[in-house]
Design a protein around this ligand. Sequence first.
Ligand SMILES: [Zn+2]
Length: 251
Amino acid sequence: MASGTRFAPKDLFNSPHLSDVTIHQIKDNQTTKYYGHRAILACHSAWFSHAFSGNFKESSEATIEVHDDDPKTFRTMLEHLYDSEKTDDKIACQMLEKDASLNIADNLVLQVNAYFIAEKYMVTTLASKAAMAFQLLAKDIKIQDLAAAITAYYDNCVSHGADLGKVISSAVLNRSTRDWRTSPATFEDLTTRYPIFAVDMCHQMQRERRFPVAKTLECRECGEDSLVESRDISKYPSRCTSCGYDQIFRG
Ligand SMILES: [Zn+2]
């Protein structure tokens, strides 16, 4: 507790001071107890807000039980609820990002877990921070580290187009395709196992304009119109679709 009368919500994290609810976080018959503060919990979590205000049993009880969450991830989310005043997203997500005891693959999986628990408890601020932290972490990593995160995300993902799905697809697109050859999990394996991943990849390619743009240009050999992929025309010879003659087209 901070001294004096002024204190921030984060000073109340798991503090009995002003606590008006006890959280029993239960996983595999292990219970972790937290001192909670309804007003703070409800501020950034629509789940807690509903639980405390509706006709639910929890709304008036002194104890609330939550089930099935990984204890470490749940704690991360609670800490976030008590510390979401922080307006600088960069600082906040660097805190989320830095767990020095973890290797990069585990750190990425941590962000995936934070993202999912944020969805469950409807904490939009945490979901966007986890996606941003993932993006920062994924800049210079090996494809096998990314493959572990893809598995962690798409094992539980139910719909395409989510923020983290976009971040993951973008990270994949920015790796060299050569990287996949050294990875035990191939791109083909992952897209076959997770059709939602395939859809996310495809949509991200379109967003990043990765599909070649075709142009119709006149062939210098036969004079016919030829359909040419415009990305390469000024550098590499393209084959005329009418006569088959290889040439560097001038756009
Ligand atoms: Zn031609």
